[in-house]
Design a binder for this molecule. Structure first.
Ligand code: ZN
Ligand code: MN
Length: 477
């Protein structure tokens, strides 16, 4: 019988915070600056004697994240020096937080959060210019939030990978909703690292591997799945090869992880409180109750509200939560249609099935009133949804205040339920197509659909397909 394997995962996610200036100096925090070494000063270049000053806005941003994930905002907090040598860290240490982070605990998606702390980003090493390296200090000292989750054991490699990317995605949404970070993974504004291990005993953790270089949700999912499967395979029939504690990168091209560096033991950073920075009492410095009250609606709340107030499909809810501009547009349409839920669902189907490809077009140009009016006409049977789609796509050209009803009349698009007029057209089309009639009589079901299609075309989509079908069945008897 196959052995059972227990995968365990913990995440470390860094996110650059959106502030005007850097963490400890007044240099501009501009992730889009392309010219190297322009947003720099003696503080972020580590000149001797330069003194750091705390950016209050960065602390406030981390507190907001802590409140949003229901973490505990600590009262006492301080900055520590994390000592290590690397060219991108000119002081020889990174200012970070060790014993007293800003946030303790919390929960998001399906994972518990250990802590959220604040630190400074490093400079950028450029190794791609030849046989030398360059350093750009624009990024050095940008406020960087670090969130660490508790270790979690899920069912298998696939579920673990999915939970990890779901967590990262939900965190990105929260950072967006709170407007505290751009959190663009491709640009490195949000960086996900996964600590994973596999064990045959749920009570003992296996050897830990850290996976880095994950710059999209897809990579997060694929790299974690790949690495857990690799580790399980080694446990199962390693032929003497063992899992070693190491850091592995993700090769996007090969879709494989690769060894970056082996860790003998965990590095000793000799953390100690930074003597250049004051200790902080957050409960005095911030009005936490007010901050909690002033939080914007968060993704989970939005999902619950859309479900309760509008009863639309989960899939639609997800597209509105991920694209709040589209969500707001849907809401303006839905508010016009309340309390008629059927119409709201119709409107939502319309937006997410027929119009989603042109979201920019709808949210920027088409008056939500026009769309709700259109939906009401569809539900009254005055307009077919096919004709409605055509109208909506030209509606952005409507002059302000023009009613959809006028346009529909003008273009002769009112859905025809008039059986008399339709009967004439239907008979005409039947007479013109003896071959299809023969097919139908021989039991070919799609012959009927071919007739419906032709009649819809003849009437420019204004015929009511239900009426047409009934007529056809009658006339073809
Ligand atoms: Zn600076
Ligand atoms: Mn860190």
């Amino acid at each position: 019988m196959a052995k059972k394997y227990y995968p365990t995962i913990g995440l470390e996610i860094h996110a650059e915070l959106k502030t005007n200036t850097k963490m400890f100096c007044s240099c501009k925090n501009d992730p889009d600056e392309e010219k190297p070494n322009v947003n720099i000063c003696p503080v972020c270049m580590a000149h001797p004697g330069a003194l750091p000053v705390i950016n209050k806005k960065a602390i406030e941003n981390v507190i907001k994240v802590g409140l949003a994930v229901n973490g505990k905002i600590t009262d006492f907090t301080e900055f520590d020096r994390k000592n290590y040598f690397y060219p991108d860290i000119p002081k020889g240490y990174q200012i970070s937080q060790y014993k007293y982070p800003i946030v303790l605990g919390g929960h998001l998606a399906d994972m518990d959060i250990t802590r959220v702390h604040l630190e400074e980003d490093t400079a950028n090493n450029k190794h791609d210019r030849g046989d030398f390296s360059l350093i750009d200090f624009n990024r050095a000292g940008i406020p960087l939030m670090e969130l660490v989750t508790e270790p979690h054991t899920f069912k298998d490699s696939e579920e673990t990978a999915k939970k990890a990317s779901k967590f990262a995605k939900e965190l990105q949404l929260i950072l967006w909703y709170l407007d505290v970070s751009e959190a663009n993974m491709e640009k490195g504004e949000m960086r996900v690292e996964a600590n994973i291990s596999v064990s045959t005993d749920p009570k003992i953790l296996g050897v830990k591997v850290e996976v880095k270089n994950l710059n999209s949700f897809r990579s997060v999912e694929r790299a974690i799945k790949y690495e857990l499967d690799r580790m399980t395979e080694l446990l199962e029939n390693g032929k003497g090869e063992e899992i070693v504690q190491e850091t592995r990168g993700w090769d996007e091209g090969k879709q494989k992880t690769f060894s970056q560096r082996k860790k003998e033991s965990s590095q000793d950073y000799r953390y100690f409180p930074d003597p250049d920075l004051p200790k902080m009492k957050l409960h005095e410095a911030f009005n936490l109750e007010k901050m909690k009250k002033d939080l914007p609606e968060l993704p989970a709340e939005k999902r619950a509200r859309y479900k309760k107030d509008f009863g639309i499909k989960d899939e639609d809810i997800e597209s509105y939560v991920n694209d709040p501009v589209l969500g707001n547009y849907f809401e303006s349409v839905a508010l016009n249609l309340l309390p008629n839920r059927e119409n709201i669902i119709l409107a939502s189907n319309f937006i997410s099935n027929d119009l989603i490809g042109s979201t920019k077009v709808i949210s920027e140009f088409i008056d939500p009133d026009l769309l709700s009016e259109t939906v009401i006409m569809i539900s009254n049977g005055e307009l077919s949804s096919r004709a409605a789609k055509d109208i909506i796509l030209v509606a952005k050209g409507f002059e302000k205040g023009k009613k959809i009803r006028e346009y529909v009349k003008e273009k002769n698009l009112l859905q025809s339920n008039d059986a008399g007029a339709l009967k004439e057209i239907t008979q005409k089309i039947i007479d013109a197509n003896p071959k299809i009639v023969a097919d139908y009589k021989r039991g070919k079901e799609n012959a009927l659909m071919s007739f419906v299609g032709q009649i819809m075309k003849e009437t420019k989509g204004s015929a009511n397909p239900v009426v047409v079908k009934k007529l056809l069945l009658e006339l073809l008897k």
